[in-house]
Design a protein around this ligand. Structure first.
Ligand SMILES: Nc1ncnc2c1ncn2[C@@H]1O[C@H](COP(=O)(O)OP(=O)(O)OP(=O)(O)O)[C@@H](O)[C@H]1O
Ligand SMILES: [Mg+2]
Length: 260
C-alpha cells in the first residue's frame, strides 16, 4: 500500500508546487511509482510546470463523478515513465468533492502507486481539508520569515485539531544572510518554536525560477545544492539514514550538512 503525502501551506506562493513537483521527479527517479496530484481546484499549475498541459483530457473531478477511469486521468510524464500527473478540475469546485467518492479514489490510488503526492492550495480552505483525512503524512511548506511562520503555526494547529496528524515542516527559499543580519531564525530553531519536525531546508536559488520557466523541476534544472536538499527531503520521508559525505571528513563527521 502506498502513502499519500499532502503538501500544504498557510501562506500562498511559498513554493509548494515547486517542491512537490521536484519531489515527484526525485522519487520516480528512484524507481517508485509516483502520482503527482494537483489539488488546486480551478487554479492548476502543475500541468504547466511539468509540460503536460496538452495531454490533460480528464481530471480528478471526472473520476469522482465516474465520467472516466483513474488511468485515463493520469498523464504519464515524458521523461519519467513511473511518474504520473493528475489535475483536479479546472471547472470544478472543492465542495463538489464528495468524501465517500474521494475515499474510494484515494484508496485505489494508494494501491496503484508507492507515493501519491498532493499539491494542496494555500490556506485551510475546503480544497485542502478534503484531503486531510486521507493523508498519511502532511508537509507544511513555509519561508523563514515571521509572517509566514505565524500562518504556518496556525495551519499546523488546525490540522492537528482536525485529524490529530503532526505535520512536517519544510523551510523553502532559505537565505542564510538574513540569519546573519538577525532578521530570521535558523530553520531548526523555527521548527522548535513551532513544535514541528524539520523535514528539510531548501536554499533560495535563482535557478529554480529559470528551471521552472523552462518546464524543469529542481532535480532537472536547479543548482546542485538545491537538488541535494530535495534528495534529503525524500530520504527523510522514506525513513532512510542521512547520507554520508565521501572522504575522511565525511566519515569522521558522518552527518550531511544541509545544502544551504
Ligand atoms: N527555493 C527557491 N528559490 C527561488 N525561487 C523559488 C524557490 N522555490 C520556489 N521558487 C519560486 O517561487 C515562486 C512560487 O513557487 P510555487 O508556485 O511553487 O509556490 P506555491 O506555494 O505553489 O504557490 P501557490 O500558493 O500560489 O500555489 C515560483 O516563481 C518559483 O519558481
Ligand atoms: Mg502552487
Amino acid at each position: 500500500m502506498g502513502r499519500l503525502i499532502l503538501v500544504a501551506s498557510g501562506k500562498g506562493g511559498v513554493g509548494k508546487s515547486t517542491i512537490v513537483s521536484s519531489m515527484a521527479v526525485a522519487l520516480a527517479g528512484r524507481g517508485l511509482r509516483t502520482l503527482l496530484l494537483d489539488a488546486d481546484v480551478g487554479l492548476r499549475s502543475v500541468d504547466l510546470m511539468m509540460g503536460i498541459q496538452d495531454k490533460v483530457l480528464y481530471e480528478l473531478a471526472d473520476c469522482l463523478s465516474l465520467r472516466c477511469t483513474l488511468r485515463e486521468a493520469a498523464v504519464t510524464h515524458g521523461n519519467f515513465p513511473l511518474l504520473h500527473i493528475m489535475t483536479s478540475g479546472q471547472d470544478a469546485r472543492p465542495k463538489d468533492f464528495e468524501p465517500k467518492a474521494l475515499s474510494r479514489v484515494t484508496r485505489t490510488l494508494k494501491e496503484r502507486y508507492d507515493m501519491v503526492l498532493v499539491d494542496a492550495p494555500a490556506g485551510i480552505g475546503r480544497g485542502v481539508k478534503n484531503f486531510v483525512p486521507f493523508a498519511d503524512e502532511i508537509i507544511l511548506a513555509a519561508t523563514a520569515d515571521d509572517v509566514c511562520l505565524r500562518d504556518t503555526e496556525k495551519m499546523a494547529g488546525m490540522m492537528m485539531e482536525s485529524c490529530g496528524k503532526h505535520p512536517w515542516l519544510i523551510i523553502n527559499r532559505f537565505d542564510r544572510r538574513y540569519v546573519k543580519q538577525g532578521l530570521v531564525r535558523e530553520p531548526a530553531s523555527s521548527a522548535l518554536a513551532l513544535d514541528l519536525p524539520l523535514l528539510g531546508v531548501i536554499p533560495y536559488d535563482e535557478s529554480v525560477y529559470s528551471a521552472m520557466v523552462q518546464g524543469k523541476t529542481i532535480p532537472e534544472g536547479a543548482c546542485a545544492a538545491t537538488a541535494k536538499a530535495i534528495d534529503g527531503i525524500c530520504d527523510r520521508l522514506l525513513g532512510l539514514p542521512p547520507r554520508r559525505r565521501g572522504g575522511l571528513l565525511g566519515q569522521l563527521f558522518g552527518k550531511e550538512r544541509e545544502g544551504v
